[in-house]
Each structure stands twice: as C-alpha cells, then as structure tokens.
Write a protein that binds this ligand. Structure first.
Ligand code: C2E
Ligand code: MG
Ligand code: MG
Ligand code: MG
Length: 280
C-alpha cells in the first residue's frame, strides 16, 4: 500500500487527511464523489510529426485536482480506478471531455488535429465499450476519424478475442488505434501482428539513456524499423533531449512526444504551441 508519508513532493497536505490512514483506501473513498464533483481535468501533450515538424495530435492525460490530496498524477489513481471499476464512469467522462475539447480545438485550427485518448482494458469488459464511444461521438459531434484510442499491451493479457472484436468495430467507425507503452508488456510481437492497430508508441524506457548505454541505440532503431516495416506509425515517447531527437531522425522515426517539445498542459495553454514549427 501507499503511505501518506512517502507521497510524492507535489502532494499538498490536507486538513481532512488523518495521518495513518491507508492512502489507497482514502483515494478509493473519494473517487466516486470526485467524478460527480468534476474534480478531474484533462491536460494535453503534443505529438510532433517528424516530416512536417508540426503537431499532428494531442494526447489527453487525466489529472485529479483533489481538495484532499492536491494535484494528483494518473499513476496514483488510475490503477485504483481499474481495481474498483470506477474507471468506467471516469473513462466515460474522459472520452466525453476529450471529444468536447477536441471539437473546440479543431474548430479554431486551419489544419487537422487528432486527439488521442488512453483507454484501460477494464473499460472493454462487461458493458459495451463501443456503444459508450458511439454515444459520446453523437453527443459531442466529434469526427471519429480524428480520434485515436491508446491501449496498453500490459493490459491486454486478458481475452484477446474480445479485444480484437472491439478494436475491429472501432476501426469500422473510422477510429484509429495505437498500442501504448510498447515493449514493456508481454507478447509484443504477437500483438503487432494480430491486432488491427495503426501505430505503436514505443515506451520511454527505450529512448532514455541512449547516449550512456551503448546497445540501447541498436534496440531502439531495430524496434522503429520493425514497426515501420509493418506499415505502422512509430511514435517514440519520452523525448527529452535534442541529441535523442537527432538520433530518431537518423532512424526515420515517424512521430515524437516528450518534454523536449512540451509537457502535458491545460487546454487554455495550447495556443502557445500551435502555428509554430516545433522541430526546426
Ligand atoms: P502514457 O499513456 O504512456 O502517457 C505518457 C506519460 O509519459 C504521461 O505521464 C506523460 O506526462 C509522460 N511523459 C511524456 N513525455 C515525457 C518525457 O519526456 N519524460 C518523462 N519522464 N515523461 C514523459 P502521465 O500523464 O503521468 O500519465 C501516466 C500514465 O497514466 C499514462 O501513460 C497512461 O497509462 C495513464 N493515463 C493517463 N491519463 C489517462 C486516462 O485518461 N485514461 C487512462 N485509462 N489512463 C491514463
Ligand atoms: Mg498513452
Ligand atoms: Mg506510453
Ligand atoms: Mg502508460
């Protein structure tokens, strides 16, 4: 279990929190109300197209602005939401808000912008995920061909057939699928071959320290070339340094994402990124 004393520095202490309470339990207790009270907010991080040097999409990343816990990153509460089933109402809210935001963003731009939404495998279970997506598309009038759904391979170990059918239905609606955190889960190559995906997000652990550890460059370039040979987009996450970007150019990587370009930011700050060439 998490403990309050070992919480990340970014957490603010709250009067309501009693020292000694189990952090996980405390989060669980507050989640349902938090969804009701709209305490969640979506930040957006740009993905840059290596060919044009411009932003081609925005990944929606949820944060919890909790009056009790402070500003909370997703890795602290998404796993708990998955365990408790609360990821369904939260995931529904995330889809809806991302499409609403996406609609506004697209309306104010002269070039196309895609929106990427992370989805947990738990959201695929039970109730019909496809109709949840359809309902939100209808409500928001968001263009499905502008939508990417990001799924993580580590969450795909269960019921591949089920997931395959859902992905096929989403594809038929014009939605594109990305395999997230590639290389960190199981049976990666099997998924590349058998799932109807459009691109692969290569986990940030592959780009980190490429200058220091001598074999890392070869691993990364091999993954990129494999992905591209399968006619899929190769998106590298976690690009922080200019030297990493230069290496990715050598590898003919398709897209990049990382702090070098921008951290995830609120929708109101996105205008600072648009219309400027990110990679020069
Ligand atoms: P992810 O989908 O792989 O998202 C990328 C994560 O890497 C984000 O962390 C982002 O802030 C971080 N990142 C991006 N560039 C860099 C970089 O250059 N350096 C470093 N060190 N990190 C970078 P974040 O926002 O904390 O999200 C973590 C994970 O939480 C996400 O990983 C995703 O699995 C999950 N998550 C976030 N939002 C959602 C959501 O709306 N729904 C679901 N189901 N999961 C979400
Ligand atoms: Mg993602
Ligand atoms: Mg990732
Ligand atoms: Mg992830």
């Amino acid at each position: 279990l998490f403990s309050w004393s070992s919480r990340p520095k970014s957490f603010t202490t709250a009067e309501t929190y009693k020292e000694g309470d189990s952090f996980e339990l405390k989060i669980k207790e507050n989640l349902a109300d938090a969804i009701k009270n709209e305490e969640f907010v979506l930040f957006y991080q740009p993905v840059v197209d290596m060919k044009t040097g411009r932003i081609s999409s925005l990944e929606a990343l949820v944060r919890w602005n909790s009056p009790i816990f402070g500003f909370m990153p997703p890795l602290e509460f998404i796993p708990i939401c998955e365990k408790t089933g609360l990821i369904k109402p939260l995931g529904n809210w995330i889809l809806n808000r991302a499409m609403e935001d996406g609609k506004k963003i697209c309306e104010n731009l002269e070039y196309p912008m895609d929106i990427a939404v992370n989805v947990s495998a738990v959201q695929f279970e039970g109730e019909d995920f496809v109709s949840v997506v359809k309902k939100n598309l209808e409500e928001t009038k968001f263009d499905p061909t502008r939508l990417y759904i990001e799924i993580t391979e580590s969450s795909l170990i269960l019921s591949l057939d089920n997931i395959l059918n859902i992905l096929k239905e989403l594809k038929n609606m014009g939605i594109r699928i990305l395999l997230d955190d590639f290389g960190t889960g199981y049976s990666s190559l099997n998924y590349l071959e058998n799932l109807p995906i459009d691109g692969v997000k290569i986990d940030k652990s592959f780009i980190s320290k490429i200058e220091e550890v001598n074999y890392k460059k070869s691993i990364l370039s091999s993954i990129i070339s494999l992905v591209k040979k399968m006619n899929l987009d190769a998106i590298v996450e976690g690009v922080e340094e200019e030297s990493q970007l230069r290496y990715l150019e050598e590898c003919s990587c398709t897209k990049v994402q990382g702090y070098l370009f921008s951290k995830p930011i609120p929708i109101t700050e996105l205008h600072t990124l648009f219309d400027k060439k990110i990679i020069i």
